[in-house]
Design a protein around this ligand. Structure first.
Ligand code: CP
Ligand code: NVA
Length: 307
């Protein structure tokens, strides 16, 4: 018997959410945080699959726990323990897994690969990081901004953000957040390490790439960084360490920001490279709240897609 395709909604990039939906999701995430382990069970009887083609601590565990706390279950597979590692096409894997599971959360390399999963799987597909973007991390980061500066700051878009370092997947997702919410974003990247120019154009005049970390940090309410060599770029580590000299988020740089500024880092961090240990562990750092917020934000996301 032929199957009737199911209606489904994916979350492959932050701009898949309209502004009001994003603000509503973040309000709901704050409610889930207050509910803790309690609250409704919108995923009762459902199971979420995680396909992890790159390493993960936070994303994997926070999605598994989110599914569990929402009344559902989860299954995680990686190339090491599945036929993906032996070359089974992702299109076959996606179609098969969609027969067992109610959503697929995918961490992979090229963005085209997650788009292929989304094309073949007739269940919601969530981007758990690709080389191009990391939208789930942005949900947690924006929730952290709302906690520190109020939900109104998010809707007014009056929180200047500084991105210091690589124009990588995280920088791209900040550009998408800027396009949706309209806050000012300055990205300090060494020449040759700019974010996606199409996303920069889409964010309009509110986002700007500069070459000086100090220029980006001046007056910022959010100072944000990430590793210099993302997963898949490990072979470039030494060359990047040269190129990124001077791009460390240290106390002097944070001193140029607004005195109320908060420091974010998606983690894992390399102390003494992109961020000084004293900043990561210091009073301006919100990185462990940010990491916790992955759980609450993803509960709101799963509820939106499956509830
Ligand atoms: N921040 C983040 O995505 O962490 P993991 O790589 O541990 O999932
Ligand atoms: N930019 C980093 C983020 C890790 C969560 C990477 O892709 O490795």
């Amino acid at each position: 018997m032929a199957r009737t395709p199911r209606k489904k909604r994916d979350f492959l990039r932050l701009t898949d959410l309209a502004r009001e939906e994003l603000l509503g999701l973040l309000d709901r995430a704050a409610e889930w945080k207050l509910l803790g382990r309690g609250g409704p069970k919108p995923l009762a009887g459902m199971a979420v699959g995680l396909i992890m083609e790159k390493a993960s601590t936070r994303t994997r565990v926070s999605f598994e726990v989110a599914a569990f706390q929402l009344g559902g279950g989860s299954v995680t597979i990686s190339p090491r323990d599945s036929q993906l590692g032996r070359g089974e096409p992702i299109s076959d894997t996606a179609r098969v897994l969609a027969r067992y599971l109610d959503a697929l959360v995918v961490r992979t390399f090229g963005h085209d690969r997650i788009e292929e999963v989304a094309r073949w799987a007739d269940v919601p597909v969530v981007n758990a990081l690709t080389d191009a973007s990391h939208p789930c991390q942005l949900l947690a980061d924006l929730l952290t901004v709302a906690e520190r500066f109020g939900a109104d700051a998010l809707s007014r878009g009056d929180f200047p953000v500084a991105w210091i370092g690589d124009g990588n997947n995280m920088a791209n997702s900040w550009l998408e957040a800027c396009a949706v919410l309209g806050f000012p974003l300055r990205l300090a990247c060494p020449e040759g390490f700019d974010p996606d120019p199409r996303l920069l154009a889409r964010a309009g005049g509110r986002a700007r790439v500069v070459r000086s970390p100090r220029e980006a940090a001046e007056g910022a309410l959010v100072v944000n960084t990430d590793v210099w060599a993302s997963m898949g770029k490990e072979a470039e580590q030494a060359a990047r360490a040269q190129a990124f000299r001077g791009f460390i988020v240290d106390e002097a740089l944070v001193g140029a920001a607004d005195p109320r500024a908060v420091v974010l880092h998606c983690l894992p961090a390399h102390r003494g490279e992109e961020i000084a240990a004293s900043v990561l562990e210091g009073p301006r750092s919100a990185v462990f709240d940010e990491a916790e917020n992955r759980l609450h934000a993803q509960k709101a996301l799963l509820e939106l897609l499956l509830g």
